[in-house]
Structures are given as structure tokens and as C-alpha cells.
Design a protein around this ligand. Structure first.
Ligand code: AMP
Length: 111
């Protein structure tokens, strides 16, 4: 079980901001910006590199949830969404998740 499955199952605590039947969003425990939220599908898909056309709906829902949360969290001046897929990207939890970052000036290119 990944750490995110444990959060979904309420086996470990998290500050949950949004939950639907298909996804959950909670604050990152090690925030890289004043707002740092993870948006996670309930059904485990390890990483974007393994997504297939069957995942089209959940992939859309993850991005729509990011936009909805950006509004709810008042990220008017901008925000960034990030998906780390695989070791070169620094993926550390093998359960697809979208990072939503905001409330500070974000550098480009990313590290
Ligand atoms: P990634 O490196 O893209 O796989 O992102 C995994 C993220 O999960 C990191 O930003 C971690 O800080 C975050 N994380 C790990 N454990 C927890 C937890 N128990 N609650 C919230 N966020 C977590």
C-alpha cells in the first residue's frame, strides 16, 4: 500500500481539502511553496508514464480539480501544476499525483 492509499483509507492523517468518489486532494507534508497540494486518484495508477487511454477521464478530473482548488485557495496571481513521472523527475511515491503550487513567485526552468 502506498502512503497515499493509506491517506485515502484514513489510516494516516492528512489535511484534506477536496474529495470526490474518484480523487482526493490534501496538503503536502513537506511544502515547497506556501500552497502545496497533492491531487491523487483513488484508483492506483503508478505514474503518468503508465497511463493509457482508459485513464482519460481521471486525468481530466485531476486537472479540473487543480483549477478548482486554485480558485478555492485564491491563487489569483498564478499557480503551477507538476507531475513527476519516474526517477529522473524525482518521483518518490509510485501513485500518480498532481502537485499544485502557489502563493510565491515560481522559478523557471524548474530544477
Ligand atoms: P513526488 O516526489 O512527486 O513523488 O511527490 C511526493 C510528495 O508526497 C512529496 O512532495 C512529499 O512531500 C509528499 N508526501 C509524502 N508523504 C506525505 C504525507 N504523509 N502526507 C502528505 N504529503 C506527503
Amino acid at each position: 500500500m502506498t502512503i497515499f492509499e493509506k491517506i485515502i483509507a484514513r489510516q494516516i492523517p492528512a489535511e484534506i481539502l477536496l474529495e470526490t468518489d474518484k480523487l482526493i486532494a490534501f496538503r503536502d507534508v513537506n511544502p515547497q511553496a506556501p500552497v502545496h497540494v497533492l491531487i491523487v486518484p483513488k484508483r492506483v495508477l503508478p505514474r503518468l508514464a503508465e497511463a493509457t487511454p482508459a485513464d482519460r477521464e481521471i486525468l481530466g478530473e485531476l486537472l479540473l480539480a487543480a483549477g478548482e482548488l486554485a480558485k478555492k485557495l485564491d491563487l489569483k496571481s498564478g499557480f503551477r501544476v507538476v507531475i513527476n513521472s519516474g526517477p529522473d523527475a524525482g518521483e518518490s511515491v509510485p501513485h500518480l499525483h498532481v502537485h499544485l503550487l502557489g502563493k510565491r513567485q515560481l522559478g523557471w526552468p524548474p530544477g
